[in-house]
Structures are given as C-alpha cells and as structure tokens.
Design a protein around this ligand. Structure first.
Ligand code: 13P
Length: 249
C-alpha cells in the first residue's frame, strides 16, 4: 500500500519565530496521524524546525535546493546543506519556481538528482496553466514535465519520488480542481508511471493534489482512489486548518 500524505508548503511566509510557533503547535497536536505529515518551510526555518520535531511523526521538507553540488553560488542552498538540517524531503518543480525563477526541465533534473544523491526525498510538482487546461493540453503538459525531469531516474531512485499534481490555475486562487478533474489527472499520471516503471511501482507512487485544497474540500478530494493526499499552501499556515486536512486524510 502506498503512503498517504498531507504536506504543507509554507512558501515565503512566516518569520523564524512565527514558524517555530506553528511547528510547536502542530507537534503538540499531531501524535499518531493516520497518514504521513510533512511541513515544507523556508530554508532559514529548517534546522530549528527539524530539531523541534525530533521524535515527532511530522517530517520536514525544504521548498527548494540548488542545482549545483557546492561552491561559488552566492545565495544558494545545496541538497547536502538541506539534508544536514535534518530535513528529509524537498519540494522541487513547484510552478512558482518554474514561472518566477525560470527553472526548466534540465535544471529540475539536476536538482532531483542532487536531492536523491544526498538522501532527500523529492516531492516533485507538475501541473498545467489555465490556457493549457482550456486548450485540453493538460495531459501533454504533465507528461512532458515528467519526461523532462524525472523519467530519467532508475526504478530504484523512483521509489523515493512523491508526485504532486498542482494545476497552476488552482494555486492560491480559491479555484480548486473538482474531485473528478483531480481523479482523472491522477489516474493518468499513475498510468504514465506504470508505462515507465511498471504497475507495482505505479501502485506504490504517492500522488498528492495541490491547489486551493483546504479544510472544507480536502475530504472530497482525498476520497478519490488515485488522490493520495494533498500539498497545501495557504491552509497550511493556520494550525487548525492544516490539522483538519490531516484529519480528513
Ligand atoms: P494553495 O493551497 O495556497 O493554493 O497553494 C498550493 C500550493 O502551491 C502548494 O504547493
């Protein structure tokens, strides 16, 4: 059985103190969750939050890592540095990184490889923009994203990948994919994984939905057989909401 998961992506929100306070609140409340729980925090929070969550079932993710191993790359944070904080996961391929920081397939391929080499588990995000959905091109788009950055991995490496389907038109817009749209896409993604790595690998791949997933619509989305959980933005910033989403999984 594949892992069910609720993961938060704090994005560029919360000071260190605010982040530690939220992580503390979550730690108190999440003792024996029925799914894997991950929080993705800004780099500067990682070491403090990972330390705080030692012994807690909640795991920590970075929201990015560099596409270079180490050296003269001012301002960058390597996969090895992320790993050294105690974080276990890294969110890669988020549409905001693709759109605002020009992360293309090749850059993301490097990031994924470096994350894996350093023992981090990538949560790899894919998803189409509104115009692509309107043109009926969503399947083409996500297929190209997978082929461009992660289908080069070996079957062994693939075991460490979590996918997150995040239609860009649903992120931060309050416009959620319908449960039918999510299920249809997740089933398609699973079929692509099956073609590439076989049915067993596909059955074991965790595929999260992200994009205005909140405490009100989570249960309905998670009720679909191929929706294994959520990658949560805005609603992950408020303990009560994030806890309600975990409870819905
Ligand atoms: P929202 O939940 O705020 O729409 O963000 C989703 C997201 O981008 C998670 O990575």
């Amino acid at each position: 059985m594949r892992t069910k998961m609720v993961a938060g992506n704090w994005k560029m929100n919360k000071t260190l103190q605010e982040g530690v306070a939220l992580a503390t609140e979550l730690k108190e409340a999440v003792k024996n969750p029925s799914c894997a729980v991950v929080i993705g925090t800004p780099f500067i929070h990682l070491a403090s939050v990972a330390e705080l969550l030692k012994g807690s079932p909640i795991k920590v993710a970075a929201e990015n890592c560099a596409d270079k191993e180490k050296g003269a790359y001012t301002g960058e944070v390597s996969a090895a540095m992320v790993k050294s904080t105690g974080a276990e996961y890294v969110i890669l391929g988020h549409s905001e990184r693709r759109a605002y920081y020009h992360e293309d397939y090749a850059i993301l391929r490097e990031k994924v490889l470096l994350a894996l080499e350093n023992g981090l588990k990538p949560i790899f995000c894919i998803g189409e923009v509104k115009e692509e959905r309107e043109a009926g091109k969503q399947n083409e788009v996500v297929k190209a994203q997978l082929e461009g950055s992660v289908f080069n991995l070996s079957a062994e490496e693939w075991k460490n990948i979590t996918l997150a389907y995040e239609p860009v038109w649903a992120i931060g817009t309050g416009l959620t994919a319908t449960p039918e749209q999510a299920q249809e896409m997740h089933a398609y993604l699973r079929s692509l994984v099956a073609e590439k790595y076989g049915k067993e690998a596909a059955d074991n791949t965790t595929i999260l939905y992200g994009g205005s997933c909140n405490e009100k619509n989570a249960a309905e989305l998670f009720a679909n057989p191929d929706v294994d959980g959520g990658l949560i933005g805005g609603a992950a910033l408020v303990a009560e909401k994030f806890l309600a989403i975990i409870a819905a999984r």
